[in-house]
Design a protein around this ligand. Structure first.
Ligand SMILES: Cc1cc2nc3c(=O)[nH]c(=O)nc-3n(C[C@H](O)[C@H](O)[C@H](O)COP(=O)(O)OP(=O)(O)OC[C@H]3O[C@@H](n4cnc5c(N)ncnc54)[C@H](O)[C@@H]3O)c2cc1C
Length: 412
């Protein structure tokens, strides 16, 4: 009886000649793994095994259904990667290099799972780690590191996206030992189901942006609506939050977050992470595409044997490798405490733009199957769009770089 390969190629059980053994797709062309210590490599391998065995088999189903795989949460906790890159408070610790490579490994299989983790562990925990008082860190970070409390990060608003540094419409008004928050937040990852929100609001008294920790499920006046009909990162549940006379104790105001500069420190760290994530997306797309071209026959030969196909594959690998090397240098700078906003912005813009290019070549090489989610490349193709725009768009990153290199701000 005839069966078919993943690429739809018929395989006869009685085939006489064993096919030529082709190399297994490998997107680590410049041997990045060699830069890791043995302990770091073990963690990265653990993440790869987890993603390939637990996530890969089910993710296309959840992606198609716009649903989050809650069934994965218990095993995800067991990875013990809450607060990776942060020291103390029950956090996983480790270098920024490790933080980046883990993000890359998550995204190599699925960018939504990477984003879920990035929002919780990077944006939400990072806000408390970087801008919280000692007492706030002691209180909130340990349960978050254990994934007992999941967080989100509310900065963007329905009417204010790129312009959050100067124009937040969500307001905070001090009343005795509490604050009254009013406004809306849009696009907030994890918000429809998570426990804690970091909400950034403009203090009516001094016009500065301040951060607040809100408990979603028990705070009167706090409500969330899930954003429907997305075409990218469909597994991540994004929400529109409404805050109506929400009362937050002063104890829940991030004590080290007194202006947008403090918000930007969190964004610098997570933009660095998106550079790695978009590199991972390219690795996943490259490997899936290469495998497909090795299996798919046209004119009686694997399409990988055609010169023009090899040209695109080589260009995909060049993008992957350029991003890996750029991100590795950025990791060194970060670990040395030298990472600036402009350097994180350059990498975020470059790697997400290259990701768009890489996944579109992959989609092209899969022909019609490139628009079917079952072959994975379509999912990477769509998800790359969200990475390109979130955490600050391509234009905003280049404006940050432009200001640093020219000395002239051109945002307005
Ligand atoms: C899947 C997803 C997840 C997200 N998760 C979160 C989250 O968890 N928390 C959160 O707070 N936000 C989140 N966001 C929001 C995200 O950060 C914003 O979408 C992004 O910052 C852009 O804002 P905007 O969509 O309002 O676009 P706009 O700011 O309206 O921009 C539209 C276009 O105009 C361009 N533009 C704007 N101003 C300028 C200028 N001065 N010069 C040149 N061009 C300009 C932009 O580059 C863009 O191309 C998420 C978004 C997505 C899509």
């Amino acid at each position: 009886m005839a069966t078919t390969t993943a690429a739809g190629r018929p395989v006869a059980a009685s085939a006489k000649k064993a096919p030529k053994q082709l190399p297994v797709p490998n997107s680590d062309f410049y041997q990045l793994a060699d830069v890791l210590t043995a302990d770091e490599l073990a963690i990265v391998k653990k993440v790869r095994t987890y993603m390939e065995t637990k996530v890969q088999p089910i993710i296309n189903k959840y992606w198609s259904e716009d649903a989050f795989p809650f069934e994965l949460l218990p095993s995800f906790k067991d990875l013990q990667l809450g607060g990776l890159g942060f020291e103390g408070y029950g956090c996983a610790g480790g270098s920024q290099k490790l933080f980046g490579l883990v993000a890359m490994e998550f995204a190599r299989v699925d960018a939504s799972i990477c984003t879920f983790w990035g929002v919780h562990s990077g944006l939400a925990m990072g806000s408390i780690y970087l801008d919280g008082s000692e007492e706030q860190k002691q209180r909130w970070l340990p349960p978050m590191a254990r994934f007992e409390k999941i967080g989100c990060f509310g900065l963007t608003e329905p009417l204010v996206g790129s312009g959050t540094s100067g124009g937040l419409l969500t307001t905070a008004k001090r009343e005795g030992d509490a604050w009254i928050l009013n406004g809306q937040k849009r696009w907030i990852g994890n918000a429809p189901w998570c426990d804690l929100s970091i909400i950034w609001a403009r203090d009516l008294a001094d016009n500065q942006v301040k951060g607040f920790i809100l408990e979603n499920k028990t705070t009167p006046g706090f409500s969330v609506e899930k954003i429907e009909h997305k075409i990218a990162l469909k597994v991540v549940q994004n929400g529109q939050i409404t805050l109506k006379d929400v009362r937050v104790p002063e104890a829940n105001r991030l004590q080290g977050g007194n202006s947008f500069r403090d918000t930007a420190r969190v964004l610098r760290m997570t933009r660095y992470m998106v550079g790695w994530a978009s590199t991972g997306v390219q690795m996943g797309a490259f490997e899936a595409t290469l495998k497909y071209t090795q299996e798919r026959l046209q004119f009686g030969r694997p399409i990988a044997s055609f010169q023009m196909v090899q040209d695109l594959l080589a260009k995909m690998l060049a993008n992957v490798t350029a991003c890996q090397c750029m991100m590795m240098r950025l990791a060194q700078l970060d670990d040395e405490g030298k990472l600036g906003d402009q350097q994180a912005a350059l990498a975020k813009a470059f790697c997400t733009a290259k990701a768009r290019e890489t996944v579109s070549w992959g989609r092209e090489l899969l022909g019609g199957n490139g628009i079917v989610v079952d072959y994975d490349v379509a999912r990477f193709f769509a998800d790359a769009e969200a990475l390109y725009s979130y955490e600050g768009t391509y234009q905003m990153q280049n404006l940050i770089v432009g200001k640093a290199i020219t000395g002239i701000g051109a945002f307005l």
